[in-house]
Design a protein around this ligand. Sequence first.
Ligand code: 3H9
Length: 699
Amino acid sequence: MTAEYKVHGSVAVITLANPPVNGLGLSTRQGIVDGLTRANDDAAVTSIVITGAGGAFSGGADIKEFGTDKSLQEPNLHSVIAAVENSPKPVVAAIHSVCMGGGLELALGCHYRIAAPGCSVALPEVKLGILPGAGGTQRLPRVVGVEAALNMIVSGEPVKSELLGSMPGQKLFDKMAASPEALAAEALAFAQSVADVRPMPLVRNLPCKHPQGDAYFQFARNMVKGMSKNFPAPAKCVDAVEAATKKKFADGLLFERELFINLMWTPESRSLRHLFLAERAASKIPDVPSDTPKRDIQAVAVIGAGTMGGGIAMNFLNAGIPVKMLEMKQEALDRGIATIRKNYEAQVKKGKLKQDKYEQRMALLSTTLSYDDLKDADLVIEAVFEELGVKEAVFKQLDAVMKPGAILASNTSTLDVNKIANFTQRPQDVVGLHFFSPANVMKLLEVVRGDATAKDVLATVMAMAKKIRKTAVVSGVCDGFIGNRMIEQYGRQGGFLLDEGCTPEQVDKAMEKFGMAMGPFRMGDLAGNDIGWAIRKRRYTEKPDMKYSKTADLLCEKGRFGQKTGAGWYDYVPGKRDAIPNAEVVKMIEDHRASLGITPRKISDEEIVQRLVFSLVNEAAHILEEGIANKASDIDVVYIFGYGFPVHRGGPLNYANEVGLFNVVQAMNRFAKNPLDDAAFWKPAPLLAKLAAEGKAFN
Ligand code: 3H9
């Protein structure tokens, strides 16, 4: 049983005890109902308190139970709330720390609510692609007003209890406790004070009206239009709250339930729920237990003050961690500092950062031209030129000066972290930290685990990633790690599509319609086409059998490296990011196609999307099989947070699961028959072939 029952004098206390956040899983729901029954059967008990153990009142319905039989089994949350409302003895919710989703709905079913200050209160279901399904859309407007409730339900954002408690006319909290520590005693005293009050108040009996009714809901519908582009839930939230103002309570509840069930089965909700769990699972490494001791990171050093080094440094400054930046020349340091200042000043201008915070952050930044000055740093990250010889020089110097136990990290995006580690006498302290550009903005951090990387180093950098607000995913050592290894296949398919008849614009539009933040050619222009060119040149000697379209090389030979040169696959007006199609580039593609003797064909958006996305899927299956990624969901996290893959698709492997792996393999077999494509690549990875044959999915 994951709810405890104790009697204090005349008050029975039911404590939800389902760590980590007292999710309302089956056994907790059963525990609440059993506790209510015991309390109501005990003549010595005159009132009941429901509270939560540990760091939460409740985080809501147990997300891990969704889609399983347990979520359907009685007592479901509706039955639990009905048992609370029908209790002949008053029930008081004693709310603290976190009160969200079904947890708030449970509290709203109680006769009274007392809250500790500092508690995060939310109906965040919309973030999981659903809406509150246990009366939240019907009860919250009755206690905080229609507009405040709709804002909370549509945004899913938490509001602090003291703010809600101080809203004029609010009926959410009957009392605010003086402090979190005082909550338990105050809740007991409050429960005793209301023991004999009859009739007992119920939120469902309160009125629910909006003075401008229809006009307000029309306005609300317009407001959520943007949010609703790829997600059905926000608009349904408006419908449900409107129902609270127009229908009888019981009918509103039924309406809400129907919407909830329909949303629960949408692919968008499945994707969001998958990502919620995937993001949290990414921080867990199978052979590194969560209680692995961590090294202390009090001071950080960054080598290289270029765009990458500066962006990396900003992450630590933002988290209040001092950074020392090293460069070879004072001018380079000055340029780096000026760029960091410019970035912060832009944030101040936009009102996103306060002036005093900006100054505090800059005060944490120091610079040096000497490796000796870095020796006391706990973590050093190099962001120097991507060439093994340069890395060798840097790591040998670091090995000579850094204190024992310091973590030595490389921001390499392609090079062999094992080789880099072996430039030192302490390979166990070396790890890859692959930040994505712009490093102060992008959430993804690929943590590259070398053969010798110590477990406590991994545990430390994963914890540090959380501190600097990155989503970290562990990758093994291979060329390109998880993300860039996959994107190479995606880029190759993009090239073949041009050879066969597409324009860059057509490919980009199809992918953007699918939901990608940017199509492959706009992305190439943003990242710099010269980067891919350098990799291909290496490939031509390393893997002479690998097939590439030559169009991207022809583009680079013209110096069209992308946004930074004002011209790439598209043209760019200085200072703007709008991609303007260029007739010469289209002609270049046509001429090249003609030189190969290819007659262009019309290619559907569906084929474009499938070839690009399934190329990611096949490479991902190899990556999983080789143990480069620990789990399929890690790969989805990499693509969502690092490559602009559409959130509503849940990542490439979640999308493949939705399409059905059998269908994915069928499509690959079709693509393999295309003489202009790379038949060898389209041989389904053994893992993918096996899962498809067994009717299974990536998990
Ligand atoms: C709902 O209530 C539906 C109802 O309306 C209707 C039903 C009929 N269940 O985020 P963290 C786990 S829908 C199960 O890293 P933080 C999480 O997986 C639900 N587990 O910590 C992780 O586990 P692990 C509406 C949950 O301190 C651990 O807690 N509720 C749940 O940064 C720590 O999570 C929500 O959408 C859950 N509901 O933030 C709340 N919630 O250690 C979503 C969390 O194994 N949750 N876990 O990886 C949150 O917003 C944050 O997790 C919270 C804590 C603020 C609670």
